[in-house]
Design a protein around this ligand. Structure first.
Ligand code: NAD
Length: 401
């Protein structure tokens, strides 16, 4: 990765509630050492506690939005910039971030029309070991799982660990985590470190060893189907299988004080695992955190993102919003390392180079300059050939997390 005058531009995020920033001073230094120049939009890191001065000390040049959009060869962001901002970009530039193409067809259409290369980190093939250093969904899901356990602990009005006091002994909280992927394992580990008795459940039986390895029990539901799919992912269940799973879970959920749900099959709506009847079976004071809550539903019936509901019978349901943004300093530092690793793959000899044989680039590059004639691109929505995926009823929110 050597370059003369190749500018990476760090955008100030504009999405509501987004406090993260795509590069932090430490990664700016590293990119500078690798021969790249970095422009940072004034105030880009302020909400994540990275002041402009720290970027300047690391060798970045602080500029205003117009200067950045004009000069940057590769613009980096967390969430997609708004339409007005994208409209000001020009042919030959590239945009890298969690662009959620399926949820943002206008953005992708605009990039195609303008000849801007759009690179979306959320399309990264997560199972490729070569891709791990760039895997922003994984780094951010780890933060989200951790934060979900803290949220649950704060809302739960009893102790998580066993407490022996002169006034008597309080039993430890029983915590169930549904979905033992990245966020789920992080939530399990955190709840365990807080002293709770933890149990994990996943539709893929092969996750049982991972759950046990962090000191949790694995919940086996004899009436629920084996949901292992291909490539290490779960498969979507049929309606009948879903109902059987809900019923089996309903019988067990009442025995837990805290439930944290993180179940999802990529590209599908989150499955409903906790029904209203299951919530009714929980004791007053119990807490449920739905990490999968989004505009297309969640794992918990009735949950909504960024909303806490206390049900009549005293059960608190927390629909998680953008949890990594609530720990913007740490989440940005991890995200920045993912961005730097992707920059390393994308940029060589002072230019963005898209090796068509590279399986990571084939997956993440959504638009390339010259992909299509301008008239065609103007009407374009992302299609499978662009790597953006078709927009179907089953697509999830694709929110940048
Ligand atoms: P992941 O793919 O690593 O894990 C999902 C797990 O769910 C997998 O292990 C899968 O086997 C399991 N699963 C799928 N269907 C299931 C079912 N019917 N029953 C039980 N388990 C099932 O995904 P992840 O990165 O850990 O993310 C999990 C969820 O958390 C997603 O919905 C994601 O959008 C959400 N998330 C939210 C935030 C936030 O801030 N709110 C941040 C990151 C991720």
């Amino acid at each position: 990765m050597t370059s003369t005058s190749f500018y990476i531009g760090v955008l100030k995020e504009s999405a509501p509630g987004e406090r993260r920033v795509a590069l932090v001073p430490e990664t700016v230094s590293r990119l500078r050492t690798a021969g790249l120049d970095v422009l940072v939009e004034r105030g880009a890191g302020r909400q994540a506690h990275y002041p402009d001065e720290a970027y300047a000390d690391a060798g970045a040049v602080i500029v205003d939005a117009a200067g950045l959009d004009h000069r940057a060869d590769l613009l980096v962001c967390v969430q997609p910039p708004d339409a007005g901002r994208v409209a000001g970009l020009h042919t030959g530039q590239a945009l890298l971030g969690l662009l959620a193409p399926a949820a943002n067809p206008e953005l992708i259409g605009a990039c195609a029309r303008l000849g801007v290369t759009a690179v979306s980190l959320d399309l990264l093939p997560r199972t490729l070991s070569r891709a791990q250093s760039m895997d922003a969904l994984t780094s951010q899901a780890g933060f989200a799982g951790y934060r979900a356990a803290l949220l649950a602990a704060a809302a739960y009005e009893r102790f998580l660990p066993l407490m022996m006091t002169a006034a008597g002994t309080a039993p430890p909280a029983q915590v169930l985590v549904l979905g033992a992927g990245v966020a789920g394992l992080s939530a399990l580990g955190t709840a365990r470190r807080l002293g709770a008795v933890v149990t994990g459940y996943d539709i893929r039986p092969e996750t049982a060893d991972e759950v046990r390895s962090i000191g949790a029990r694995f919940l086996r539901l004899t009436d629920a189907a084996d949901g292992s799919g291909s490539g290490g992912y779960a498969r979507a269940l049929s309606q009948r299988e879903r109902e059987a799973q809900q019923a089996a879970l309903q019988e067990r959920i009442g025995g837990f004080d805290i439930v944290i749900s993180t179940a999802q099959v990529p590209g599908r709506r989150p499955p409903v695992l906790v029904t209203r009847d299951a919530l009714k079976a929980m004791r007053p004071g119990s807490v449920v955190v739905d990490l999968a809550a989004g505009p297309f539903g969640g794992n918990v019936e009735g949950s909504e993102p960024d909303r806490t509901i206390v049900l009549e019978d005293g059960v608190t349901v927390i629909g998680a919003g953008n949890l990594p943004a609530s720990m913007a300093a740490g989440a940005s530092a991890a995200y920045a390392r993912n961005i730097a690793a992707m920059v390393n793959l994308l940029v060589s000899n002072g230019a963005v180079r898209l090796d068509p044989e590279d399986e990571i680039l084939r997956a993440v590059v959504v638009t390339r300059p010259g992909d299509r004639p301008e008239s065609e691109a103007a009407a374009a929505t992302p299609g499978p050939e662009t790597g953006a995926g078709t927009i179907t009823e089953t697509d999830t929110e694709g929110a940048a997390r």
